[in-house]
Design a protein around this ligand. Sequence first.
Ligand code: BGC
Length: 249
Amino acid sequence: MTQGLSIGLDIGGTGIKAGIVNVHTGELVSERVKVATPAGAKPESVVAATQSLLSQLNAPENIPLGIAFPSIVVDVVTLLAANIDQSWIGLNAGQLFSTRLHREVTIINDADAAGVAEVAFGAGKDIPGLIIMTTLGTGIGSALFMDGVLIPNAELGHLTIGRHEAESWASNAVREKKQLSWKRWSRRLQEYFAELEMLFSPSLIIVGGGVSKYAEEFLPRLSLRTPIVAASFRNNAGIVGAARLSSRP
Ligand code: BGC
């Protein structure tokens, strides 16, 4: 029985993760499989890595597949390559994946996918007004929702804060690389989220990415008028949201 099931695949700067998801509940019904993102993240090697994950999942071919991808995605074409190989720019990634994986593929921005999961089932469920989802990982991803409706391809990780591009200064990868303490990193996050708050006056900010499992180390240090919470799905939000979008229940 495969009705109501979809595969979600989340391509990130450091890892590629996949699982089979019940799109009505957001539950992962398989194990989560993962491989490291191939160095340089060129299309050919990323496709090969996704093929190996799909064979590990052993999912029937008739299950829809949703791919969360770290780029602007317009009409299945990837348009930006901040943390991946430049050859993705202008590539028909939807066609590449569907041809090579022998399945129909839905492809969307990774932060948008994570936000879809949170708004459908998690921290953003039934919250009116503007929700900003941010993912703190290799880069900073962002997604905007107005009354539950996605406004796709917001790229708020590339805002300039002071003299810095936000994601090159305040991402989780920067925290790790520079060995910033939670306190020092939180100061950078404070500036970033205060800027988002000033620009958008959201009703809620949701913080995802792998580091969200340590949310209690940094979220309580932030001083904002907007409620800011960790993603309910932690680092699985991209998988769940991509799966959900592929089935359009
Ligand atoms: C990309 C976004 C992506 C984010 C998180 C940024 O560098 O421009 O499209 O959502 O990283 O992966």
